[in-house]
Design a protein around this ligand. Sequence first.
Ligand code: TNX
Length: 757
Amino acid sequence: MHFKTSFGFIILLLTVLSCQQKNIETQEIAIIPQPNSIEVSKTFFVLNHTTGINYDNIFEISADFLKSYLESGGIEVKSGNNITFIEDKNLQKEAYSLNVIEDSIEIKASTDQGAFYAVQTLRQLLPVEFENASFKGNQVNIPSVVIEDSPQFAYRGMHLDVSRHVFSLEFIKKYIDAIAMLKMNTFHWHLTDDQGWRIEIKKYPKLQEIAAYRDETLVGHYSDQPHQFDGKKYGGFYSQEEIKDIVAYAQEHFVTIIPEIEMPGHSQAAIAAYPELGCTGEKVEVAKKWGVFEDIYCTNDETFDFLEDVLDEVLELFPSKYIHIGGDEAPKTRWKSCANCQTRIKEEGLKDEHELQNYFITRIEKYLNSKGRQIIGWDEILEGGLAPNATVMSWRGTSGAVEAAKSGHNVVMTPTSHCYFDYYQSDNEDEPLAIGGFLHLEKVYGFNPIPEELTSEEAQYVLGAQGNIWTEYMPAEDQVEYMAFPRMLAMSEVLWSDSEQKSYGDFVKRLESFHKRLDALDINYANHLYEIESNIIEEDGEIKLELNSLVKEGKVIRVTLNGDKPNYESRVYTKPIVIDTSRTIKAAVFKFNSNEKLGKTIIQNINYHKGVGGKIIINKQPHKAYSGSGSKGLINGISGSNSRFGDKEWLGFWGEDIMVEIDLGEEKEIKSIETRFYNGNGQWIYAPKEILVAFDNEQYQSFKLDDDGSLISFKSHFLDQSAKKIYIKVQNYGTIPEGKQGAGHKAWTFIDEIIIN
Ligand code: TNX
């Protein structure tokens, strides 16, 4: 019997097995990323010590991988015809087919890389104990499948910042292993930044002696004031020998490493070692805190000589077609008052410092092109014109990508909204400290790398996407894993699997089963599968709190309302809870018919104020990346997180003044109005300086706000005031001035619940 399915998750019950054989293990089918087509039948290939493998040289890497994988499960394979690798020139480079029937396994591909991906799929059909050599059986039943598979995007990447924090070679290999297991093919290695230079460059020893170490590191979050430091010297670098070893390792996993050497900005560490590379020539230190720094490379010839020498050594180590040259966040302050840079502007007939940035990038591009390489850079390389052959990595939203693709440049998508795995992934207040933001697994999963503004022709320029791991707040390797997994699994599916067939519900089921594999691999993934999502809804004229858990099968939600005993057994959640008073609701996911609590308890405080249930209109749409639960969310009785402005409760607006109108439905007495603004300057979020409030047809009253701290609260009391309608004007902070984080850009405004009492 055959059944074809678009759902990847199939549990093959042991009852379908013939029960005569003992010691046979079978495996659930839960492949990530989901193959394009998979047919499963109820027979098995029995893998054991008699199994033989047959391949030709072109499949050496993938066959060796398979052999050593099976051996680590205690199954020694010899040569023979049970598992065969077959060359099929009709398949595209990364495609494969995998055919498991009762007496054979056939892998077809046109390249070793395609076969390698077949092996990664086959690996996921085997018990997870193969991952850590703990398999005790002597044979395995591999379910019969016919899989035809190929990727949607050619560029499937993960990035890792090793400047802000350094990670061991062993860890880098483990990261590459995971990239390869998920059929991703690019590792973007961010090797230099203000806080440390991590690649040995033989011609410039001070990069190793000075630029690789900072005196100390910021403690806590950048927004915590005053800044405090740990007093400990921190750093290190990878020697060229070590890098060669990593590059070779990556090649054996069909992962291309794109090295990133940042320029002209994020270069304070190099300038600390060689002050003549900066505009002032003065000594600076390797940065000890995060952010954007004004000391950037000068545009004198000495800088270009230095960078060409550095790149010469980089090219020797990395065979990749692309070299990432950074290009992001380069404040123009120093260039404006630097005689050398001003002369350069005049001599080259440039309009301003933005064109000077273009001159810089284009000059480096010419050099790299002359060596047969291509540049890739963050979307700021569009400033002042785009270098002729550059590929753009679009991080500040998608407009850079659209502009680049429309002018015929390749792009790689990494917008903060869907690809920044340094952002929080859960609303839970006890998450480890992160930079900010909020990027939920489901949002990553729902990412469409092709911006909607592009025609299908222009869409060809979108090579793919990448998850970024900036490590300011990740000092330890297990924390990097916590942030990377499982969002990286979702990204792998965005890039590999057919978007028509994608289903988040199905992905989550496969993920639940994949956890065991991640456990066996000793990967410290974040598990938010048993978390509860709560939403305020309006139903039958009542306001209700609806609770949902991601994984439903075999689980229940238990709740307590305040007043209840703190005993979850008493109440199983069955339908939305009516909200007609302020209350605290606690809820958690439990195993069905058991006292085993699976996830964390969520605590939802509901403040049933006078605005709840009213009507709200905001004259501007929030930014689509930060639209929370829409304008309604500002009067739903639930306040946003104290640290995660990207949650469902905060609304974010970019560079716009907004006007909020709240209709209470009838005239009510108003004693106070309060709200909060986020002030995360590191993320270009600035609280307004003033807001205006008016009631019905009355005049606006103006209120000045503080500017101290990362959360700015506003509360005003009123005497003898009643109204049906309340109007609130919130003025955007404006263009961010020089010297502040995000200088020159429009500021964001983030507003929380408007509490009316
Ligand atoms: C912006 S993304 C940066 C990085 C930071 C990151 C933190 C980019 C090109 N530049 O330097 O680490 O934000 O999210």
